[in-house]
Design a protein around this ligand. Structure first.
Ligand code: PRP
Length: 191
């Protein structure tokens, strides 16, 4: 796998930046009790570290969505499979994402959530792949700007693998990454 990927953001830099974001959110939301919403699955790793860097009483809730095709085909229309089980009217809501790419998913979710009359509604994303944006969307909090490359690790996957890697890795050669991930072929059976 080593030649197929390179480290984009290592675990120490991730930890440092997450602490900075946590401090900024703690200051900005002082005196309030924000509701952090995370979209399964990729954002969960970031969220888990982020909430431990925020020194405020807060709530965490999850959304699960399914897309009709990929984000561009679906124009961001998603089916909500698991909805937030709390009334967010009058609450300070922070949508936490691992990555904002085209922006279509976030835009759709923000429109659904805004219709529920939160007191405030902002986005915090670990990675901002602004070069890929289709719809205008400027997250309030951004961990790192992301090059227009395929990234895995720290929650981000390729076909559900690699979410558990502690670093963010940039994929240089997807074919060899996938080839390396194939299980070894069983030796031919002996006659
Ligand atoms: C990622 C990410 C966002 C979405 C952003 O989810 O978590 O929800 O893509 O893309 P967009 O800006 O182009 O709409 P993904 O589809 O990889 O699912 P996962 O979180 O389950 O890995």
């Amino acid at each position: 796998m080593s030649e197929a990927v390179r480290v984009l953001v290592g675990r120490a830099d991730l930890a440092r930046r997450v602490r900075e974001l946590g401090r900024a959110i703690t200051e900005d939301y002082a005196g309030r009790q924000p509701v952090l919403l995370s979209v399964l699955k990729g954002g969960v790793w970031f969220l888990a570290d982020l909430v431990r860097a925020i020194d405020l009483p807060l709530e965490v809730h999850f959304l699960a969505i399914s897309r009709y095709g990929d984000a561009e085909e679906s124009q961001g229309r998603v089916q909500i499979l698991l909805d937030v089980d709390v009334d967010i009217a009058g609450r300070d809501v922070l949508l936490v994402e691992d990555i904002v790419d085209t922006g279509l998913t976030c835009r759709y979710l923000l429109s659904v959530l805004a219709a529920r009359d939160p007191a405030s509604l902002e986005v915090c994303t670990l990675l901002d792949k602004a070069a890929r944006r289709i719809v205008p969307l400027v997250p309030r909090y951004v961990g790192f700007q992301c090059p227009d490359r395929f990234v895995i690790g720290y929650g981000l996957d390729d076909r559900e693998r690699y979410r558990n890697l502690p670093d963010l890795l940039q994929v240089e050669d997807l074919a060899s990454l996938r080839a390396a991930a194939e299980p070894l072929e069983a030796p031919p059976a002996r006659a």
